[in-house]
Write a protein that binds this ligand. Sequence first.
Ligand code: SAH
Ligand code: SF4
Length: 334
Amino acid sequence: MLPEEIAEALDLPPFRGKQLFQWLQKKQVLTLEHMTDLPASMRATHSPAVPVCALEMVKQELSEQSGAVKALFSLADGEMIESVLLRHGARATFCLSSQAGCPLGCAFCATGMTGFRRNLSPAEIVEQALRLHHAAALPPDTTPNIVYMGMGEPFCNYEAVIKSIHILMHPAGMHIGARKITVSTVGDVPGILRFAEEPWQVRLSISLHAATDTLRDQLTPLNKRYPLAALHDALQTYQQKRRRQITIEYTLLNEVNDAPANAADLASYLRGLDAVVNLIPWNPAPELPFAPPSARRVTAFAQALQAAGVKATVRKERGGDINAACGQLRAANR
Ligand code: SAH
Ligand code: SF4
């Protein structure tokens, strides 16, 4: 909840709403008794109604390799979600879930395989960030990057995701700059068009994985509803409105979408868009019938893109040893 909503819900004056919001969102203090500048009477009176503790951390794993932290949370109704904190030197990125499970069933994604459970509330989304901040004992003034790349499709839970972004950006809270926040979608065209109207510079990332409809239909079923041409139009509209570079996520699957011809298709698809491609060698999920490409195939693909004038980087895997890499989130305790 935003400060004014907290005040209203608890029937408090506005400054108390702001105080509570600051404790929760800025200082990541989640227990009322530790909010020392609130009067003792209020700490007792309002405790059951305080809008925290939507999540309980059930398990926390640390990657020796990279310092990544993966957290498994249980929600009030027993559903489970995962979130990840990735480190790069002094900087941190929080990878948040927007849904428990995912309804879109991409062929290569562990989250998609588990099916859809339900949408998360704004509180359940934001609290992942608060608890990761706390768990990793980051200095209070660390401003993390936020990526909506955990479980779920953010644009299938549009309002809650937008509300959670407002809370994360609020000056009295974590105060995360719009440019440090990225929403990733597998190509929900109405969501992209709505997002283009939001008055901010939050970044957009598109999970593409294939640049022909035949192949993309097989990998991401949503493509049958919003084929590549419709997606391209939506992205052009987005860029006319927002004037921001987009990131194209392309998961490389050995001998499925990683040949030089696929790179050529991708380069021609991206004509007319201001985009940078992020190549992600597939992270194994044992029960899925794919394999990661060899390092040589990855390099060849990246070079083919670059030769065609497309900017491309290869994502370094972080957190693979604790199954915290992209597409490996699945609430493993279920
Ligand atoms: N549903 C949104 C947000 C999740 S982001 C989306 O798909 O964009 C998760 C990212 O990891 C997506 O780019 C997804 O395609 C990718 N991904 C999924 N499974 C993967 C796997 N096993 N290995 C590597 N990348 C994967
Ligand atoms: Fe859902 Fe994204 Fe996984 Fe596809 S890749 S199943 S959209 S989480």
